[in-house]
Design a protein around this ligand. Structure first.
Ligand SMILES: [Zn+2]
Length: 270
């Protein structure tokens, strides 16, 4: 499942390649699941629109568009588990499970490929999509502390709550808690201001490191060029149940919190 760093990497890759280009026409496949907005509305919103920017909002890729009349519109792509956004020349082979093709004025095409069909395409015809939750890379210290203070839920669940922070997933939540020295089951409200300060710093550090490495690839993951080859952040706890902690050599433990696997070091995390 692509998480924030992977989505950020794809959004940056797309921005580099298609900013300024114009969507001439759009082809949509016959499968209904990938279309969160009606097909006709998607086509009407995207066709003839110029791509002003491409950015990440939470775990979504957002194309900020301008209609020929200059009004804002948005194309929102959620990659789901296996979604890919490819930028290719028109004569490139069309992969199986291609659900949408946007033909660009430059001659290239943006293709949405998604074998497992958990990905979603939608549009905001008036350009008012904002996503949910605050941006983990932008949130300031006071807002971060306010967000978690007084919450009874385990801190791990609170980090994953998309209404609080947008885009933090299971892997990076575990890695963040390890670096902050906080156990995933700790109640959010039991954390001191200082611990929350450290938690925010750790979260930013983990996400930035992963973005720098190009997102860590867990599933079959491909960037905007269609090239595999993301470096994997060396996970310190995630997926390492029973293996020894790199810091203290204690075996890493795994617990299930709100249906999600959580990995932690019983010695380094309190
Ligand atoms: Zn340890």
């Amino acid at each position: 499942m692509p998480e924030l760093p992977e989505v950020e990497t794809v959004a940056r890759g797309l921005a580099k390649r298609v900013t300024g280009d114009v969507i001439e026409s759009i082809w949509l496949g016959s499968k209904k699941e990938p279309l969160k907005s009606p097909a006709k509305l998607i086509a009407r919103t995207l066709e003839k629109a110029q791509i002003a920017t491409v950015r990440r909002v939470g775990k979504q890729i957002v194309f900020d568009l301008l209609s020929p009349e200059g009004t804002p519109r948005q194309w929102i792509v959620h990659l789901g588990m296996t979604g890919q956004m490819l930028v290719c020349p028109p004569d490139a082979d069309i992969k199986k499970h291609t659900h949408a093709i946007a033909k660009l004025a430059s001659g290239r095409e943006i293709r949405f490929v998604d074998p497992r069909r958990f990905g979603r395409l939608s549009v905001a015809s008036n350009g008012d999509f904002a996503g949910t939750g605050l941006e983990p890379l932008e949130i300031n210290e006071d807002s971060f502390i306010k967000l978690f203070r007084g919450r009874k839920t385990p801190i791990k669940s609170a980090l994953l709550n998309q209404k609080l922070l947008g885009g933090v997933g299971n892997i990076y939540a575990d890695e963040t808690l390890f670096r902050a020295g906080i156990r995933p089951r700790r109640r959010a409200r039991s954390l001191t201001r200082e611990q929350l300060r450290i938690l925010r710093a750790s979260l930013k550090q983990v996400l930035k490191e992963a973005i720098r490495l190009g997102g860590s690839s867990i599933a079959d993951y491909v960037d905007a060029d269609g090239e595999e080859g993301f470096f994997q952040l060396r996970h310190r706890v995630y997926g390492r149940e029973g293996k020894l902690c790199y810091v203290c050599k204690s075996p890493i433990k795994r617990v299930v919190i709100a249906g999600r696997s959580s990995h932690y070091c019983p010695t380094c995390q309190r």
